[in-house]
Design a protein around this ligand. Structure first.
Ligand SMILES: *[C@@H]1O[C@H](CO)[C@@H](O)[C@H](O)[C@H]1NC(C)=O
Ligand SMILES: *[C@@H]1O[C@H](CO)[C@@H](O)[C@H](O)[C@H]1NC(C)=O
Ligand SMILES: *[C@@H]1O[C@H](CO)[C@@H](O)[C@H](O)[C@H]1NC(C)=O
Length: 359
């Protein structure tokens, strides 16, 4: 690389020098030879180092590199490791296998809460009359809640400590999914926080989720410091920076995707080991990056790229608007539902069917 840079410099220097007239035809033709060989070296370099690899981008400016990507044939793809090959065949086969048809398909509602659920009564109303079409799982990480609703009694799973931003948050999501997968009737899985409330009636939510063929996993590329800036190269070769994605943790997932998450150890362990707060001067949060990156890499067409939870960022603060118990009035519910409805009619058919308020 050094030599290439030096050459470029010397070519530039020589161009600046006025060409002495006494140098004849002979000199001119040797210049052409030098130029042609430089151009071929450029091409050979670019081919040997495919544009995905940053090596080529060190040699040439990033603009040159972009241009190069457009007119060079794609370089050879990276050779997958044994673990990647194994992981990908398992995941591909799960995704290709049509889900077993259940006679009484259910939606699993997974509640991730520190303790009691403040909106349990609302959920009780939501579930009433729909027995047999849903199941409830509660992961209470701090205090064992006292339940008011019969739908929640004895629905707690064994819980563990949860630290926001750490892999333990992902572990809890996996634990909830694993417990809910034990019931073969559960076809779609919804992760909810203790501050989520339903914005539509049960039938709407049930039909919306049961008849979709995608999982609602939030997924986008954030090139800034709170997105790609959190990426760390220890994740190579399996997770490349260009695939690093971000998204809110609240998801809904079809059964196949929940199984795929259970089957993954390779990508999970990369995030467990290298995406954590205060890791080499960066704060990486597995719960915001693992699932979006994983699905972006392995089944991009299978996710909606947005989540069905509503979060109010309108106050323009670091945290979204949080609603206290007293703020939740019929009027507020109507307001949020009307947002959901108006969003629903836009061309990309986004809808909020739950409200997630993170405090
Ligand atoms: C989901 O269904 C739509 C239309 O019904 C189709 O275009 C899309 O490819 C399907 N996606 C998957 C992942 O099967
Ligand atoms: C989500 O984004 C991926 C690319 O990142 C795209 O392939 C996929 O079609 C998108 N999903 C939907 C439902 O539009
Ligand atoms: C509901 O929306 C109306 C009109 O935008 C607004 O005036 C009112 O304050 C909202 N109410 C609540 C509780 O957010």
């Amino acid at each position: 690389m050094k030599s290439a840079k030096a050459w470029r410099l010397s070519v530039k220097d020589m161009q600046i020098l006025p060409a002495p007239r006494q140098r004849g035809q002979l000199k001119k033709s040797s210049w052409i030879i030098v130029l042609v060989s430089l151009v071929s070296l450029f091409l050979v370099c670019a081919y040997v180092y495919p544009p995905q690899s940053s090596t080529a981008c060190y040699v040439f400016s990033s603009h040159g590199c972009k241009a190069l990507q457009n007119w060079l044939p794609p370089g050879p793809a990276r050779e997958l490791t044994d673990e990647e090959i194994a992981s990908r065949v398992v995941i591909r086969d799960i995704l290709k296998t049509p889900p077993t048809i259940s006679i009484s398909p259910k939606i699993a509602f997974l509640y991730l809460t520190p303790g009691p659920l403040p909106f349990e009564k609302l959920w009780d109303k939501f579930f009433q009359g729909h027995e047999g079409r849903f199941s409830v799982y509660v992961h209470a990480s701090k205090d064992k809640p006292v339940h008011f609703s019969r739908y929640f009694v004895n629905r707690e799973i064994r819980s563990g400590q949860v630290d926001w931003g750490y892999i333990s948050m992902v572990d809890v999501e996996r634990r909830l999914l694993a417990n809910a997968l034990r019931d073969p009737d559960n076809q779609h899985f919804v992760l909810l926080s203790d501050s989520c409330i339903p914005l539509h009636d049960f039938d709407f939510v049930y039909n919306y989720l049961m008849y979709t063929n995608v999982s609602f996993v939030d997924c986008f590329e954030d090139p800034g410091p709170h997105g790609s800036g959190r990426y760390i190269e220890h994740m190579l070769p399996e997770v490349e920076k260009k695939d690093f994605r971000k998204g809110a943790q609240w998801f809904t997932m079809k059964r196949q995707h929940a199984i795929v998450v259970m089957a993954d150890n390779l990508y999970y362990s990369k995030f467990r080991d290298y995406c954590k707060p205060a890791m080499e001067g960066r704060n990486c949060y597995s719960d915001e990056h693992y699932l979006p990156t994983f699905f972006y890499m392995l089944d991009p067409a299978g996710i909606a790229n947005w989540s069905v939870t509503h979060v109010d960022w309108s106050e323009g603060k670091w945290h979204p608007k949080s609603y206290g118990k007293n703020d939740v009035t019929i009027e507020l519910m109507k307001n949020i539902t009307s947002i959901a409805d108006s969003v629903h009619v836009t061309s990309d058919e986004r809808a909020s069917i739950f409200c997630a308020i993170l405090c």
